[in-house]
Design a protein around this ligand. Structure first.
Ligand SMILES: O=C(O)[C@H](O)CO
Length: 328
């Protein structure tokens, strides 16, 4: 089917790890003529002129100069998440192509995933699950003692939309909340979640029982948490990372976890993703790792696709895009 006059939307694939979900296809087909990368490569001559938009799912397809040069009618790229670190924004903009992310759809679920990791690590859910289903149920009380969450201090690094949602959740858990951000939030926003601003990251690291990293990956935040920062943390503290793996110096983290510099880590993100199967982080008992779970709920992924469609249609119709991202 040629899709009549519908604008062509390039997607990596349908299904698979880096493909749009089957359940989104009917909705996308209402608005676009869907073209997969495989179809494009098999029929470049005919299909490359049709592509007016790209929907990046799980950072794919890879957007490079060659692909941009091959799509003369491309006008917009929508990303299925908030982080844009996998895109060369200046390169894309130099082709006159607009870009959008999906901040409205992702924030709550990413914050939920952060709290889930924090709680799972504190209460040793993975370990105790294995004990509970083991045939012998052979354990002593000390093996399942966790860390008390209510009343503990949470340090949030990065108080953007996701960081703020984490604070809202942590408040309900009666946690004391500290945060570090490039700019201080308004007083009413701080009061609403009971959060205290730490201008210096060091003071947050020294006080927190849980440190939650929720910044975007930029040249300024790469390796933000290194050996020095880990050594500032309490030996009883847990690091939770839901942003990007490269915000934390992973070698320093392994060392800190192996030598008791910090108590535990709960990671939704690593580098690379997934980690090689022999990576030391996969062997540590005090680490929980999830495979970049942040946005992975049925409803959230559908909302992301809706947000992408809204942005793409706005761009194609020359209207302001609700979540346009400009190169900085
Ligand atoms: O950036 C995001 O929103 C998530 O990490 C998915 O990539």
């Amino acid at each position: 089917m040629e899709g009549g006059e519908l604008p062509g939307l390039l997607v990596n694939e349908i299904g698979g790890i880096c493909g749009i979900l089957h359940s989104h296809v009917a909705f996308l087909r209402k608005h676009f003529y869907l073209i997969t990368m495989k179809e494009l490569l098999e029929n470049r001559k005919h299909l490359s002129r049709k592509v007016q938009a790209i929907y990046l799912w799980w950072h794919k397809p890879v957007i490079d100069r060659e692909l941009l040069q091959s799509l003369p009618n491309l006008k917009v790229i929508a990303n299925s998440g908030v982080g844009m670190d996998h895109l060369d924004l200046k390169l894309v903009a130099s082709f006159g192509v607009k870009m959008a992310n999906a901040p409205r759809a992702v924030c709550s679920s990413t914050a939920d995933a952060g709290m889930a990791l924090l709680l799972a690590s504190a209460r040793r859910l993975v370990e105790v699950h294995h004990i509970a289903i083991s045939s012998s149920m052979d354990y002593c009380e000390a093996d399942i003692l966790g860390v008390k969450v209510s009343g503990a201090t949470l340090g949030i690094i990065g108080m953007g939309r996701i960081g703020y949602k984490i604070a809202l959740r942590a408040k309900a858990f009666e946690m004391k909340i500290l945060y570090h951000n490039r700019t201080q939030r308004k007083a009413q926003e701080e009061q609403a979640v009971g959060a205290t601003y730490c201008e210096k990251i060091d003071s947050l690291l020294q006080q927190a029982d849980f440190v939650m990293v929720a910044v975007s990956l930029t040249p300024q935040t790469r390796n933000l948490i290194g050996k020095r920062e880990l050594e500032l943390m309490k030996p009883t503290a847990t690091l939770v990372n839901i942003s990007r793996g490269a915000v934390v110096d992973q070698e320093a983290l392994v060392m800190a976890l192996q030598t008791g510099v910090i108590w535990a880590a709960a990671l939704d993100v690593t580098y690379p993703e997934p980690l090689p199967r022999d990576h030391p982080l996969l062997k540590l008992k005090n680490v929980i790792i999830t495979p970049h779970l942040g946005i992975k709920t049925d409803k959230t992924t559908y909302m992301i696709t809706e947000e992408a469609v809204e942005n793409i249609l706005a761009a194609l119709n020359g209207l302001p895009m609700p979540s346009e991202v400009l190169p900085s």
